[in-house]
Design a protein around this ligand. Sequence first.
Ligand SMILES: *Cc1c(COP(=O)(O)O)cnc(C)c1O
Length: 372
Amino acid sequence: MLLNPGPATTTYAVKMAQVVPDICPREKEFSSLMKKLSEDLLKVVHAPQDKYAAVLFCGSGTINIDVCLNSLLPANKKVLIINNGAYSSRAAEVCEYYGLAHINLKFEIDQRPDLEIIESVLKKEPDIALVYTTHNETGTGILNPIKEIGALAHKYKSVFVVDTTSTFAMLPISVQQNNIDFCMASAQKGLQAMAGLSFIIGRKEIIEKSAAYPKRSYYCNLYLQYEYFKKTGQMHFTPPVQTIYAAAQALNEYFSEGETAKWQRHMRAFNALHKGLETLGFKNIIKKEWQAGLVISVLYPDDKNWDFEKIHDYCYQRGFTIYPGKISTANTFRLCSMGAIDENDITAFFVVFKEALEKYNITIPVFYKEKN
Ligand SMILES: *Cc1c(COP(=O)(O)O)cnc(C)c1O
């Protein structure tokens, strides 16, 4: 049972979907599988096929950040990164590596970005052509107001790119209602499939325009991949064949469970995590009403016996994976409601987690010296 923020727990059927006869991905049979998969990915975020396309890449989720930034910036223009966490910081690093002109607009990691500040930057900097942010900052669990940020991006004639890696196929998303021009995810997160397949969903008109933008990468160029797929129905280079079979199965399961029912299941798991943590006295760092509903960032207690590694190992040996935090200013660990899990799995987890605390003589309820 994976309680880390992806890869997520998968169903037996998704695992087994990878075991298929050997096939050359250049066969028509495989092309039609990818065509259906691309259409299904659009449906997940209610993106109309005439306006949006899904562009597939072989890689983990970070490849999408790389592709969007290096491919969608016209010459002599700037990227504005609305940054309140580790994943938007990653986007800023991508800009640095490519030498892309960018503004890294930082906010506190436990605060939502300030829309007035964002607007004042957009007003002052007419060279901004791309506004970028993260939907759910998976490092903390904070949900950003993407609809509002997108509206500002459009007001100032910019393209809006959102990293939805941890919300896609979890939290119901409609691209048009949220002013999203581009969003992205990987199969191993909300979809509950296997790592190795990532995809960008974006407006065709803008992808086609980007053909004329500077080409900064060969393997990771959005237009080249889009164009090749449109012409041939195939990915430019070898696709992750078996991973794609698993993703197709996961999408079937997604639609048969249903967007709303699936989200309710994750919310049950999320609420069960909160309840379990509260009972044991743990504190989390993001205001509950700002949390996306999939990651809880939990503060280490001030008990001298607390040792995350030991607790982790105890739980791991009993089938539950918990995960360290991703915040430089506080010691935290993370618990997530992603994947093929439900409330009863979380209840089972807390039995083991509590045993671990008892085994290592950690006082229950746990305590904190500071107010926090
Ligand atoms: C998981 C995740 C990514 C991608 O990370 P990889 O390790 O490259 O798969 C990107 N953005 C967010 C918000 C994520 O949660």
